[in-house]
Design a protein around this ligand. Sequence first.
Ligand code: ZN
Length: 383
Amino acid sequence: MKVVTLPITPGVGRLFTTLLNPLVADLVAYSLLGELRIMLNTVGIPKLDKQAEAPEVLLQVYRNHLDGLGIAKQTPCFHDGSQDFEDYFQDVLKRLLQKGHLTQTRMEISACACGRVEIPTEALARVAGEYRRKKLIRLSPPGFICEVCKSILISTKENVAVCRFRMPEQVSIFPSLFEKEVDVTVSRIMSYPTVISRNRREFSQIKIGEYTSSADTDFRWATFLGYIIPETESGILVASATTLNQAVKVLMLDQLLTGRARCSIVAHPLIRIHDQQISLSGLSAEAFLSLCGLPYVSRTFLSLGLRWDTMEGIVDSGNLHLIQKSLPRRMWVNSVRQSPIMLEKVQKLFGRQTILNLLKKFRNRDSLTEDEEFLLGFLEPRM
Ligand SMILES: [Zn+2]
């Protein structure tokens, strides 16, 4: 089984808490004896991000982060900036067209100046009124504005390409805490046509008969699952509490293409740092990893925030010193497990208290239980 991350936008200077996503994917692969795959989103990154660099440069930056996090060097990293991905995407469009999910139509579209927002005007009030952690559109009388460029959205009648989704067979998610949010997301995606063309940005082409336009880069990367996981295989997609809506769309698209529910989602909470004597919360990934020094330290520190019964895990910055003082005084044992450990069990094993207890045992040179061996096996960097 393949375990994949939702496409991650790499770049220098991103907050270190963004490292949690690949770490959780590593944990899921470790527990279920799956193969980890990392997917990066390197195109269509908003200019405000200042990281409009070549995919290869972004890939290298991210490889360095993964090294600092102790993720195995041979872990395959894919990205959407290659010609290979473009060929794959064009094939996906062809298949969606053949299956009748892709159509061209004319409708009122509301768009902003920067090109991030291009949505059906009929969906505007609804989208702006939704509860979401990260919002792109906000009601600001007399109109609606784009949160990126702050311009007022202007409505015009346009030719667009739309993807018509089908009600998914099933979207399984772990932990069940997120089930309700999945249902809400599915009904949102089903409630209005998804416009996948972009008239204000120039990228990858969509052709439907005589009609041509650019593709929405978010839609483009959302088709990635078949690129990484062969259609005959099953897999797990790892997302965070804020990217759950994208994960659901990825799975729904995959079901349109493969005709079955072959993948499920694991969602993890966000981490908030409670700064004490040392201030960590504003650190970039690079600064954090160099402060940690060893992959074991970065893995253990982030793991302290892994709680699956809440939307947000809180970690005290002071724990970093505690971890650095509590290096296991023995050689790492790369034990080989034959059978997977179910995520329900992992959920119970991971937690601030169990990890702190483990550190205490290191300092006291106490022997470890089987569960603690499992935990330690994950905290050790991959070779
Ligand atoms: Zn905008």
